[in-house]
Design a protein around this ligand. Structure first.
Ligand code: ATP
Length: 362
């Protein structure tokens, strides 16, 4: 039995069905991320797990206990929001102590906990400042400190870093991950930023339009996306449409324009329309030794840009409308625009799926 068990949850807001039957299991001590585009239902799901919303259908269990109708404080959940929501008229110390006072902890225990989290988050010396006298990064640390001081059973974070500049976001992301492991606390983290999700998560769920698309470790989702949506959503990818000429359980041969492309098969049969997703990374122009593990793409270079770690190339295959984005190693001379070249792409980076109009049209 998982630590947190979300079963068949449906949530409606008037005519909008925000969650269309969501089931999830989250383990104790896990950093679990919910990733998905805007409006897919991430915040609604988090608020239901926290206890701020009640589902229309389905149940929520914490360690086997049905908590569906239990308020957040009884569940032991604490949520940290995107806008931090610190009380402006209270000092850092008072902000952190507030929740502990509500819980009627003895004064010396409150003092001990506030000092513990101040030290944990590197906020010593700032306890008498007001939120308005802190930088964005410090305010977010106070918000985290305030949440951790309560020692919640589950800490829920809704895009907590999105109001910070890129550099600070990276720094706090690292700190958060370290802290989570150090304290062994169960965290559920909502974001629409795939890099943030991949770098933080023990496991993650991809959400789409009120449903869970795929759940797994970041590397499992990245290397083996089970659906077209997951494949397109994770990483730098190109999409090509074609028709299946031949199919085995493992691989398909898809006709695209004047050429055929071999890809990993996700449920396609001969004659089907197929959407091929190609990851940009891992491509070479030097012929690899294990050639059968690669697919050769021949096309005309429309763009070649030296970006430091790699050269970004756009390749137009004969008879194909859209270019394919590929990253070549940067220790070669960039191919000239207009030239025909052969690029070797690892087969593990080419996946084919049945077409889904909604995704293909974008
Ligand atoms: P974002 O990343 O933009 O915050 P999200 O994935 O968190 O989006 P939700 O906020 O959960 O998505 O919203 C899911 C759907 O439910 C949206 O269509 C939204 O407009 C709708 N919705 C959410 N809360 C309410 C509400 N209180 N009243 C009406 N509709 C709502």
């Amino acid at each position: 039995m998982p630590f947190i068990d979300v079963r068949d949850v449906v949530k409606r807001f008037g005519k909008t069905v925000a969650l269309k039957g969501v089931s999830l299991g989250i383990e104790k001590g896990e950093l679990f991320t919910i990733l998905g585009p805007s409006g897919c239902g991430k915040t609604t799901l988090l608020r239901i797990i926290a206890g701020f919303e009640t589902p229309d259908e389905g149940r929520i269990y914490f360690e086997g206990e049905d908590v569906t109708d239990m308020p957040p404080d009884k569940r032991g959940t604490v949520m940290v929001f995107q806008n931090w929501a610190l009380w402006p008229h209270m000092t850092v110390y008072e902000n952190i102590a507030f929740g502990l006072k509500l819980r009627k902890l003895p004064r010396n225990e409150i003092d001990k906990r506030v000092k513990w989290v101040l030290e944990l988050l590197g906020l010593e010396g700032l306890e008498n400042r007001f939120p308005g006298q802190l930088s964005g990064g410090q305010q977010q640390r106070v918000a985290l400190a305030r949440a951790l001081a309560v020692q919640p059973r589950v800490l829920l974070l809704d895009e907590p870093l999105s109001n910070l500049d890129a550099k600070l976001r990276l720094k706090l992301r690292g700190e958060l991950k370290k802290l989570q492991k150090q304290l062994g606390i169960t965290m559920i983290y909502v974001t629409h930023d795939q890099e943030e999700a991949m770098s933080l998560s023990d496991r993650m769920a991809i959400m789409r339009d009120g449903r869970i698309e795929q759940v797994g470790r970041p590397e499992d989702l990245y290397l083996n996306p089970q659906t077209l949506f997951t494949a397109v959503f994770l990483g730098r990818t190109s999409l090509i449409l074609g028709k299946v000429e031949d199919a085995s359980n493992r691989e398909v041969i898809v006709r695209v324009g004047d050429t055929v492309i071999r890809a990993i098969n996700h449920g396609l049969s001969r004659g089907d329309d197929a959407a091929i997703v190609v990851k940009a990374e891992g491509a070479h122009i030097t012929k690899p030794q294990a050639l059968h593990e690669y697919e050769t793409l021949r096309g005309r270079v429309t763009v070649a840009m030296y970006l430091g770690p790699f050269i970004e190339v756009r390749l137009l295959l004969s008879g194909v409308k859209h270019e394919i984005l590929l990253d070549l190693p940067s220790d070669i001379t960039p191919p000239a625009v207009g030239n025909e070249i052969e690029v070797y792409v690892p087969l593990r980076n080419i996946h084919a799926y049945p077409i889904e109009e909604e995704i293909v049209q974008e």
